[in-house]
Design a protein around this ligand. Sequence first.
Ligand code: ZN
Length: 89
Amino acid sequence: MTAPKTAYDYGECEMCDARLEERYIHQDFWIKGQLVVIENVPAGCCPQCGAKVVNAETGVHIAGLIGNAEQIAKAPRLAVPLLHYQTAK
Ligand SMILES: [Zn+2]
């Protein structure tokens, strides 16, 4: 176990001014038609409206992850339910 880092202060929600709380979220991205999910992303989450923000350091780290095509190619695959907005007739 590594020592817990000092929680980052995300400040207040831009939408509703509630205090943002740090949570670990799943962040999803569509990259070239492919859904990529990053687990355990530290983010400031608004308990009122659900807005999520990441700090600059996290943003840079995410950019590095999703920019690494080789790593994406080697990552484990996830089967996800895919629904069609319009029901088939
Ligand atoms: Zn909010």
